[in-house]
Design a protein around this ligand. Structure first.
Ligand code: PEP
Ligand code: MN
Length: 444
């Protein structure tokens, strides 16, 4: 800490400041400038002189070290990487997607969602068992039976589960069933709960409070870290502002801001951050682009009939398309190689049109054949595999460019191929959903 004295502050005031510092077991280094005196404060527990700025003669007291002792980059310049089951989050690991319903409503709803999000490539399963709702009359969650269902869904799908802890008394129960303990936005300031979560061995996903500054959020993380649990994941879920077009204002700048302050992994929750289904995808992509370590996304088999947060829950199809987009985003970062071949020269208008007609006919047949083959690949892989291979998509574009005459540029070629691939993915997904429905109806 640096204490800046007022210009011309008398010796008694300077001595007063120094003796307070020394009386608290800290060291004071006095530096006399032409106009004013500056006192450097050195020691471990700087909090003891937190109010030094109010002493007579002091103009201002500036902290030079971060108050976030354990969360800050001063404590550890190495970014925290947390391994949960097969997934690793943080420190530059690939984006981790945690998806599932807002609340666990029934076995069928949870398992259908778990299987689907797994199929589409999600890494972890979310689902609330205890719901801290704004209204005491709203659905409060199924409690312990939901925890058991989550653990069973983990057994079947292999996805670790993340769910919210609302009562410090439930810590043992959570240790038994849960892989990541979520602390909800409404509980970010519940210090008893934070300490309890700090005493477990489970990683803690700490949501940002509805009206919390980044500084307060990191201080909440300090409660968990200082209680002995070093595995804290920060989750931005939108803050309350004057804006009413979205449920909350999703603060995506929190990602780069936190990167400069902390080594902890950062997850974005675009579901609660926007409150609106149509906005979840775009903000999820933006979060990935800005470098978030993970995403927390609400998905429901029948969003309009969800018992909580239906407006912001993605349908299965919407979640599938978003996962494809996220894979494509990574693909777009890679550089494609460009090779061209001399163009073929067309001859005579009539002849050209005839040739175009015949090509269109062949295209229709080829697209139909391609669709049938895409379905065959899907059934060979099993309907629970997402089957999306970005490398193959990329190779397709590269091959197309290599064999193209160069008459269409890379972007135009890509537009056509992307349309074919996207339609094919939508078709595969539609068939998988139908097949899944038939299996479920048949009791499988
Ligand atoms: C949730 O993730 O289901 C939830 C209740 O979130 P938040 O605490 O951010 O409102
Ligand atoms: Mn929710």
């Amino acid at each position: 800490m640096i204490v800046v004295m007022r210009p011309g502050a008398p010796k008694e005031e300077i001595d007063g400041v120094c003796s307070l510092i020394r009386s608290q077991g800290l060291e004071a280094f006095v530096s006399e400038g032409q106009e004013r005196v500056i006192i450097g404060v050195v020691g471990v527990d700087i909090e003891r002189v937190a109010h030094i700025g109010t002493l007579p003669g002091v103009e201002q007291a500036l902290r030079v070290t971060s108050p976030h002792k354990l969360a800050s980059l001063e404590h550890s310049t190495e970014r925290t990487r947390i391994k949960v089951g097969d997934a690793t989050i943080g420190a530059g690991s690939p984006l981790v997607v945690m998806a599932g319903p807002c609340s666990v409503e029934s076995r069928e709803q949870l398992f259908a969602t778990a299987r689907w999000v797994r199929r589409e490539g999600a890494h972890m399963l979310r689902g609330g068992a205890y719901k801290p709702r704004t209204s005491p009359y709203a659905f409060q969650g199924l409690g312990e039976p939901a925890l058991k269902m989550l653990a069973e869904a983990r057994e079947e799908t292999g996805m670790p589960v993340v769910t919210e802890l609302t009562d410090p008394g439930d810590v043992e129960l959570f240790d038994k069933y849960v892989d990541i303990i979520q602390i909800g936005a409404r509980n970010m300031h519940n210090f008893v709960l934070l300490r309890a979560a700090g005493q477990t061995r489970r990683p803690v996903l700490l949501k940002r409070g509805l009206a919390a500054t980044i500084d307060e959020w990191l201080m909440a993380a300090e409660y968990v870290l200082s209680a002995g649990n070093s595995n804290v994941i920060l989750c931005e879920r939108g803050i309350r502002t004057f804006e009413r077009a979205t449920r909350n204002t999703l603060d995506l700048s929190a990602v780069p801001v936190l990167r400069e302050m902390t080594h902890l992994p950062i997850v974005i929750d675009p579901s609660h951050g926007t409150g609106k289904r149509s906005l979840v995808g775009p903000m999820a992509l933006a979060a990935a682009a800005v470098g978030a370590d993970g995403l927390l996304i609400e998905v429901h088999p029948d969003p309009p009939h969800a018992r909580s947060d239906g407006d912001q829950s993605l349908s299965f199809q919407e979640f599938g398309s978003l996962m494809d987009e996220l894979r494509r985003l990574e693909y777009l970062r890679a550089n494609g190689k460009k090779t061209t071949r001399p163009p073929e020269v067309p001859v005579g208008v009539g002849g050209i049109r005839e040739r175009i007609d015949s090509i269109d006919e062949q295209l229709v047949q080829l697209i139909d054949e391609r669709a049938r083959l895409a379905l065959a690949v899907q059934s060979a892989k099993g309907m629970d595999a997402h089957g999306h291979d970005v490398e193959r998509e990329r190779a397709l574009v590269e091959r197309a460019m290599a064999s193209s005459s160069g008459v269409m540029d890379a972007e135009e070629l890509q537009q056509i191929l992307t349309a074919v691939v996207r339609a094919s993915r939508a078709m595969q997904r539609r068939h998988a959903a139908l097949q899944r429905q038939m299996v479920d109806l048949g009791g499988g």
